[in-house]
Design a protein around this ligand. Structure first.
Ligand code: SAH
Ligand code: SF4
Length: 355
C-alpha cells in the first residue's frame, strides 16, 4: 500500500476493495469504504472532510488516518494557447509537474512518473539531475485528480510523458493505471492512455504481458545505435534492434499500433537520409511517427530551422511513413510533454528515392 507523510496510507493509491477492507478495519461496514471510493473515483474528491454523505465520525477518521490528499497544487501557469501546467508539491517536499493540454473539445493530461529521471537523455531537462525518486501509484493518481478537478471531469486522453521514465517505475505505474482504467476505479478506456518510453526493452515486454490496450510511444530519436549513443547515455540505452523487436511484440500482443517519437535536433538527426531510414523503420514495424521540434534546454542542442523540419516531414511522408509533427509552441513550457497537438498526414505513396 502507498504511504505518505508519517506512514499514512494514501487514499489515491487505494482501490475500491482496499477501501472496503480499510473500512472494516475501522469497525465500519464495507459499504462505507465503497462510499469513500465513489467520492474519489466519481466525484474527484480527495478530502474526506468534504465527503458529505459520510457520517461526520467517519469523515474525521478518514481525514486523520489517510493521506488524502498527500500532495497539493502549489502553482498553476496558463500559457497563451490554453495549456496549463501544474506544479505539484509532494508530501516529502519534492515536486513534479503535470500539464493540461486542450485541443478543440478534447483535453489531454500529461503526467509525470518519477521525480527526475535516471535515463538522463542529453537533450532533456527532466533527466539533467538524474533520478531523485520514483512516484508512488497514489501520487500519479493524485496528478490526474488535481487536473480533473480543474476542469470538472476526467480528461479525454492521458499521456505518461511528463517527468520520468515510467517503464523504470513500472510496478507503481501499472498500479496507477489499474486504478485509472478499472471500471471499479476511474473507468477510463485503456486506449486513451499512452505510455511513453525511451526504449526500456524489459519494460516494453512487461507492458505487453500486462495485456491492456494501452497505447505505446517509443522515443527513438535516432535510426541507429551510433547516433542514439550521442543522445542517450549508456546506463539505460538499449540497442535499436531490440527496441524494435519488443515494439513488434507489443503491437502483436496488445493489438495496438505503436508510435515512434522523434525529437528533431539541428545537424544531429535531421538529414534526408535519416528521414528515409525513419520512414523505412516505420513501414517495416507498422509504427506511426511523431516528430517533435526540439525545445531548447540548457543542453548543447538546437531546434532545426523550420524549413529543415518541414523537409524532414515531407521526406518521411513521401517515403510512406505515417507521420505527424507536434505543433510548435511559442514557449518551452510544455517541453516535458511529448505528445501535443498534431498535424496529420495520411499520404502513403513511396517515392523512388526511398530505401
Ligand atoms: N521518459 C519517457 C517519457 C517522458 S519524455 C520518454 O523519454 O519517452 C516525453 C517525450 O519528450 C520524449 O519523447 C522526449 O524525448 C521528449 N523530450 C524531452 N525533452 C525534450 C525537449 N527538450 N524538446 C522536445 N522534446 C523533448
Ligand atoms: Fe528521461 Fe524521457 Fe527525459 Fe530521457 S527524455 S531523460 S527518458 S524523461
Amino acid at each position: 500500500m502507498n504511504r505518505a507523510g508519517h506512514g499514512m496510507p494514501m487514499l489515491a493509491g487505494m482501490s475500491r476493495a482496499d477501501l472496503e477492507q480499510w473500512a472494516r478495519e475501522q469497525g465500519e461496514p464495507a459499504f462505507r469504504g465503497r462510499q469513500l471510493a465513489d467520492w474519489m473515483f466519481h466525484r474527484l474528491e480527495l478530502d474526506p472532510r468534504e465527503m458529505t454523505s459520510l457520517p461526520q465520525s467517519l469523515r474525521e477518521l478518514a481525514a486523520n488516518l489517510l493521506a488524502a490528499p498527500a500532495g497539493r497544487v502549489e502553482a498553476a501557469d496558463v500559457a497563451e494557447d490554453g495549456t496549463e501546467k501544474l506544479l505539484v508539491r509532494l508530501a516529502d517536499g519534492q515536486s513534479v509537474e503535470m500539464v493540461l493540454i486542450p485541443a478543440g473539445e478534447r483535453m489531454t493530461f500529461c503526467l509525470s512518473t518519477q521525480v527526475g529521471c535516471p535515463v538522463r537523455c542529453r537533450f532533456c531537462a527532466s533527466g539533467a539531475e538524474g533520478l531523485v525518486r520514483n512516484l508512488q501509484a497514489g501520487e500519479i493518481v493524485e496528478e490526474l485528480v488535481f487536473g480533473a478537478r480543474r476542469i470538472g471531469r476526467l480528461p479525454d486522453n492521458l499521456v505518461f510523458m511528463g517527468i520520468g521514465e515510467g517503464l523504470l517505475n513500472l510496478d507503481e505505474l501499472l498500479r496507477a493505471i489499474a486504478l485509472i482504467v478499472s471500471p471499479e476505479g476511474f473507468g477510463m478506456s485503456p486506449r486513451r492512455l499512452t505510455v511513453s518510453t525511451s526504449g526500456i526493452v524489459p519494460g516494453i515486454r512487461r507492458l505487453a504481458e500486462f495485456g491492456r490496450e494501452l497505447t505505446l510511444a517509443v522515443s527513438l530519436h535516432a535510426v541507429n545505435d551510433e547516433l542514439r549513443a550521442r543522445l542517450i547515455p549508456d546506463g539505460f540505452r538499449y540497442p535499436v534492434r531490440e527496441i524494435l523487436a519488443a515494439m513488434d511484440e507489443y503491437r502483436e500482443r496488445a493489438g495496438r499500433m505503436v508510435t515512434l517519437e522523434y525529437t528533431l535536433l539541428d545537424g544531429v538527426n535531421d538529414s534526408p537520409a535519416d528521414a528515409r531510414e525513419l520512414a523505412r523503420i516505420g513501414r517495416e514495424h507498422h509504427a506511426k511517427i511523431n516528430l517533435i521540434p526540439y525545445n531548447a534546454t540548457d543542453a548543447a542542442f538546437r531546434r532545426p530551422p523550420r524549413r529543415v523540419m518541414e523537409e524532414f516531414f515531407r521526406t518521411v511522408e513521401q517515403c510512406g511513413g505515417r507521420v505527424t509533427m507536434r505543433q510548435e509552441r511559442g514557449s518551452s513550457r510544455t517541453a516535458a510533454c511529448g505528445q501535443l497537438r498534431r498535424r496529420h498526414a495520411e499520404k502513403r505513396e513511396t517515392s523512388s528515392e526511398c530505401e
